[in-house]
Design a protein around this ligand. Sequence first.
Ligand code: SF4
Length: 443
Amino acid sequence: MRKQRLTLLYPGDFYSMAWGRYLTLKPHMVYMHAYLAPHFDVAVIDLENEFSRPVNGSSLDRFKERALERLLAVETDILAISCWSSLNYLSSVFFATAYKARRPDALVVVGGYHPTFVPEDFTFVGSPFDRVVGGEIKNIFPALGMDAPGPDNTYEVEPEYESYPYYDGQGTIGLFLGAGCPFNCRYCMEYKRKWSSLPVETAVSRIVDACKTLPLKYVTVFDACFGLNRTWKRDFLKALSRQNLDIYLWLETRVDLVDDTDIQLLSDLKVKVDLGIDSFSETMLGIMGKSRRPKAYLDDFLRVSKGFSRAGVFHDSYLIFDHPGESADTWEEFKAFFHTRVTPELRNGYLRVKYQRFSYYPGNHIYTHYRDYQDRFGFRALHPQWWKESGDHYTLSRTIVPSLDTAGNAFHVPLKQASAMVRGFNADAKDEALWQKLHSFAI
Ligand code: SF4
């Protein structure tokens, strides 16, 4: 029996301009391709790879025109659209509508984070979507009336890079070794609360095997919270170290999960670690749900950063300004910690401080408890459905009121001042040239 033809489409972003990384090998697409290929006759079209990302109105018009021509030339039984994030919403609707109008017999399916959190955005009257798939990749099978073949978790799928149509010898790949995070940071969209991972031997062999067949220089691990389980983490780091691979590794984790032994084990590898610190204000850390013990959390940050710098481990700390609840008082707390602890104790090491303004996204605690934040702080998102608007999504999603003072005035962190502080600190960080390459995934 012939397999059904399935076209996996990454529709690109219409209004994200320079927001977010531009990855040719998008890990979720590589994994979906590998998972679906044994069961369907799969074609992949990544419109961002083929036609780049629109940066203004005229390039958006050109993008739509050329992308439509490419897509409408495809005959398929199932058009599976990856609406990975809210940034992909308008493009998903646009291409689904155009394809359905031209080929009404094709089944149009959409999945990803946005359909998981806001499925009703795809079921409006006259919607071109026949199926809306939430959660893991495997859920596409029951949506198509088929039994899911397993595995249950996306990270258990064995990624296939060489057979992926956009693989052309890249030295950087992204993979998943596990999933989930039991913490509950209020702005975070991670919905799998239970942490799980590949067995250590499998996790190591995924990397070793990739190194045997691909010209790898850099493996980026996209787990939400790397190494939550201490035994797993140590066994993994030791086993990987024994392989003596000449590659860099990129990981994201929390400072309260890293102890001195971990620092030693990580320093045995070539690694860059990203740490979501989020704020230097204890009050904000409490509001963000980052830690129930904000002071201890910041002490952990100082301890871990000093350890990493002594060991020569690149590490970036990520901050969020203007999160709901940010106020003049929390900004003062931030500055005090920055000037009295961070600068004198951590400067001239391997730490860089990175920041971004809070962006309002569907799916997290703030979205589902909007009214609570409004009542508590005066928080407001001025474009509460920005993903449906035509305009710069970076700006629209960040057009918010974090809090109101007693006189009813909105507070915003003075970004020029924050930027000058951060730039001054980072100017003294070590080994800028290599850090730039690792940070941009361009090694
Ligand atoms: S931000 Fe990180 S630590 Fe917090 S819930 Fe999300 S994945 Fe977990």
